[in-house]
Design a protein around this ligand. Structure first.
Ligand code: PDD
Length: 279
């Protein structure tokens, strides 16, 4: 595929950044993953706004106004061969001349990196049967609202799922649901859709917002509020949502069936609404 590094488009295999880049040394950067359907980025304004919010909280100068970001993404999409793509966008604090935890001076500019990958359609078998999940304590820090490339805890937690033959790890903090290792988690109980409120303990998911908008538009009863671990374990339906997974039913949690053990009717409905909406 074709990538973008600091102003230039080039084959990904030829892209280079310095080993002194603070993304490499400190995980000191922000990122976004933007789905592209039929060559049209989905919810790009929201992704660019979330990037700006993460950069502001990290005190990294945003190297581009929104219109420029959109032009770069459009050019990258045009230069890559796939109709449906997953665009990865990263901004780090840049590369100083030596390793130093403290911020470099203003002469060091942020490093901008984008790449694109083909975005496969949701897996039909996974949608039909649902996926398995395990649970774990949410060991992440207290700024999970920031989409940073400091991803060690997320990587450990996702690998925990893989080691257990599962697709995702559902995270609990102090007896409450937060989210998944790389997804937002929704619960359905007695026909009501439930999801934790946005806070510093979870990423403000773009798909999370789309799901709630669709619930509102279609009159699906939904409640945004704290969800107890016990409520997750007693759920009729459990879903994971993200820009790349869309809406995917979780049908076992820690080896126990969720509800009937098959994808539920509300998940099917939401998945259908999402498919219509994203095109
Ligand atoms: N991850 N929570 C976490 C911790 C995530 O990493 C993600 C997405 C989400 C869902 O956010 P959104 O709906 O905006 O994609 C929630 C991306 C896809 C990734 O890291 O690949």
């Amino acid at each position: 595929g074709i990538a973008f590094v600091d102003g230039a488009y080039l084959p990904l295999a030829e892209a280079r950044v310095s080993p002194l880049d603070r993304g490499f040394l400190f995980g000191d950067g922000a990122y976004e993953v933007i789905p592209v359907y039929s060559r049209r980025p989905f919810r790009i304004d929201e992704h660019i706004a979330r990037l700006a919010a993460t950069l502001a909280a990290m005190r990294i100068d945003n190297p581009h106004p929104a219109a420029e970001w959109k032009a770069i993404v459009a050019e990258l999409v045009a230069r890559n061969p796939w109709e449906d793509q997953s665009v990865y966008l990263q901004v780090t604090r840049g590369a100083d001349t030596r390793r130093n935890h403290a911020f470099p001076g203003p002469q060091v500019r942020p490093t901008v990196f984008l790449m694109s990958e083909p975005l496969p359609a949701p897996d039909a078998g996974q949608l039909a049967r649902g996926v398995a999940a395990v649970s774990a304590a949410d060991i992440r820090w207290l700024r999970c609202d920031l989409k940073t490339v400091s991803m060690l805890a997320n990587c450990l937690l996702r690998q925990h799922a893989i080691d257990h033959g599962c697709a995702e790890t559902v995270l609990f903090r102090d007896g409450f649901l937060t989210e998944g290792a790389a997804s937002s988690i929704f619960v359905v109980r007695d026909g009501v859709l439930r999801v934790p409120p946005k806070s510093h303990l979870m990423l403000p998911g773009i798909t999370y917002d789309v799901v709630l908008e669709l619930a509102r538009a279609h009159g699906l009863h939904h409640v945004v509020g704290e969800v107890l671990e016990a409520e997750v374990r007693a759920a009729d339906e459990l879903w994971m949502t993200s820009s790349t997974k869309e809406v995917l039913p979780i049908t076992t949690l820690d080896g126990c069936p969720v509800g009937s053990g098959s994808p539920g009717p509300v998940a099917r409905q939401m998945h259908g609404w999402y498919q219509d909406f994203k095109r």
